[in-house]
Design a protein around this ligand. Structure first.
Ligand code: SF4
Length: 207
């Protein structure tokens, strides 16, 4: 590993420690475990099957089942029939669960002013780099696949000559820049493996 890569890994580890501790505090303030809080956050975009929830959280099926059962006993989630499969069910937020989710902070309080204080090029560069790191970890099977631009069939990297907004989202038919790359997009559509590889190669090749 290069010295630069080692420094980045160290910085990420420091951030992860801070993020985890803040997450524990925020979830605990609502009487939730971090896993339960994360389930509420994942369901904010809509009901999900248990398998998709477990994959998104990177937890085992029994861990997910326990957490969902506890949340259901608290009246925060419920199981609903899956409209696409009569034998399956989806987990959904109840109105109380939606209220609890809305009270959970999106991020540690101190981070927003720090990120807002970065210059636009620094923010765009950071997001671009993080997007590539996350995609690499997904490729390695180390973390679950996210609903991110780099895995989306609507993503057209470097489709425009405009340096500020080189990418194109075919879903909303609009150009956008690195600073607007999405990591959890509700409109995401999973691209085929070959499409994903081509998009990654094109995105990574042009700095
Ligand atoms: S639909 Fe969302 S994830 Fe897909 S390219 Fe557009 S912004 Fe990115």
């Amino acid at each position: 590993m290069s010295a630069a890569a080692e420094n980045i890994a160290h910085a990420m580890s420091r951030l992860a420690l801070y993020w985890r501790a803040a997450g524990w505090r925020a979830a605990g303030a609502q009487g939730l475990t971090p896993t339960q809080a994360e389930i509420l956050s994942q369901l904010a975009a809509g009901p999900l099957r248990s398998g998709d929830l477990a994959r998104g959280l990177g937890v085992s099926a029994p861990t997910l089942t326990d957490a969902v059962s506890t949340l259901a006993a608290k009246g925060l989630v419920e199981r609903r029939p899956d409209p696409q499969d009569r034998r399956a069910a989806r987990v959904a937020l109840t109105p109380q669960g939606a209220g609890a989710e809305a009270r959970l902070p999106d991020m540690p309080e101190a981070i927003a002013p720090v990120l807002d204080g970065l210059s636009e090029p620094d923010r765009a560069g950071l997001l671009r780099g993080l997007t590539l790191v996350i995609r690499g970890l997904q490729e390695a099977g180390a973390i679950p696949v996210q609903r991110m631009c780099l895995t989306c069939r609507h993503f057209r990297p470097h489709a425009h000559d405009d340096a500020a907004r080189p990418h194109h989202c075919a879903f909303v038919d609009a150009a956008f820049g690195d600073a607007a790359l999405r990591l959890a997009c509700a409109d995401h559509g999973e691209a085929a493996e070959e499409e994903r590889a081509l998009a990654l190669a094109r995105f990574a090749a042009v700095a």
